[in-house]
Design a binder for this molecule. Sequence first.
Ligand SMILES: [Zn+2]
Length: 487
Amino acid sequence: MSIEKRRILTQDEKEQLLQTNKNCYICQSTLEGYEPTEIQFDHIYNYADGYPQENSNFAPVHSSKDERKLNCHKSKGQKSPIQYREELRILKRLEEVKGLGDLCKNAVQSVYTISKDNKTIIINGTTIPLYNQRINNSDNYYFFHEVETKYIENDEQIQLRPLEPKILPLIFNLKSSVQLLPSLGRLDQNSKTIKVFDGQHKAVAQIIGNNRDYIQCIVYVHPKVEELRLVIYWAHTDGVQQKYKKSHIESKLAAIYSQKIDAYRHRIGNEKAPFSEDVILQGESKAKKTQFLLSSIVEEVKSSSDIISNYFAQDKKEQKTKPILWQSLEKLVSIFCNLEPVSEPSESDNNFRTEEIKNFSFILEQIKIYAIDNKWDPNNQEAINHKLSRTYFYKTSFNNWVKALEEAFRFAYSQKVGKKLTGSICYRSEFDSETKSRFSDITKKLFDHPLWVKEFQQNEIAKANVENAVLKIFESEGLDYIYLTKL
Ligand SMILES: [Zn+2]
């Protein structure tokens, strides 16, 4: 895509703009008292996105270097002025709002009649089907509707939570995505109003962010407040659905990543086309790129061996039977693998992703052989060997030896090739047999170090809650990469 060069405004054009715009486009306060050098003329829509460069797409913005004055141009950062102005509007609005109650103060009473057969309700002039959840011979009627905000108010009797800071991302999310679930309300028999008791955040987000006058709702008709309160309390405590496990999130991310690859291939019309990670992950934040690559490496290892499913605990419960914490897997990947997107196409000889999986799996295998096999025995918690294995995998202990192990591999590999190794250990041609045997010896030496079997050190490691405490033990016992690589 060719981008037009950013247009420079003439003096005349600037003056013309100042004639019609007396206020800063972003904060909308006056430009009076600002010298020409303290005013920038920004594109309202980014010209880089192909928006026109006409005068009408320019607006004056505060841009003073004087600390006592405004610099809206600087504070907007990379955002377009129109986007940043919307953000400011929302933030300002939120200052006045503590909850739905501040937006919907006193609801207008609803006028409604329920049909004799309880199949419909006519409410505020609209006829809507009525549904019934019949439980133990009692009826529980409800309807779905987009309710005009003037008819709703906050449910002070049931409402559980005040507005939380996460409202802000929710507002922005709902500006570009559909709302999946409606708010919940009840039609109160006494006040004849609709009281919203769940999904207030969504309602607030729609009203403030999207200026909506109608809120999607499920409304219960004349429910018993006491019963509803119990149900809601249960739903927010014991009934809370389990959060996604870290390992599930990684599978999902990996799936999204491979969808991105499929979409790319589809776009260029070749289902088997090589791709470059650079292109696939273009536009993602650095953190997201890292996550995508990490999760796809984990998925690749999972599909080529069962070491992850056998020895890495996905949650607290599995920690009883599997020695390695899930977060330690992430640490292993981030230390041994390349989490930067590479530009070499997937089929290129200079793309080492396939070899990387083989190399990384080899390292995992060595750890299994020397730290788990014939040692880890969850059925015999008090066995000396089991305790030994457990000591290796405490987080504070693991995080230290994994670093020493990486340093040792790096040092040994550099020695072998005769120059300093750059980049991650695993992202290169498949380790040859000489390297493998050297790495295997180093790993063995690590787990055979005498410090691990000294009971008082085991106890110290078990007690340690900071990494540094274990590092001190390593130092005093002489466990470092020099020791590991000594021939
Ligand atoms: Zn301003």
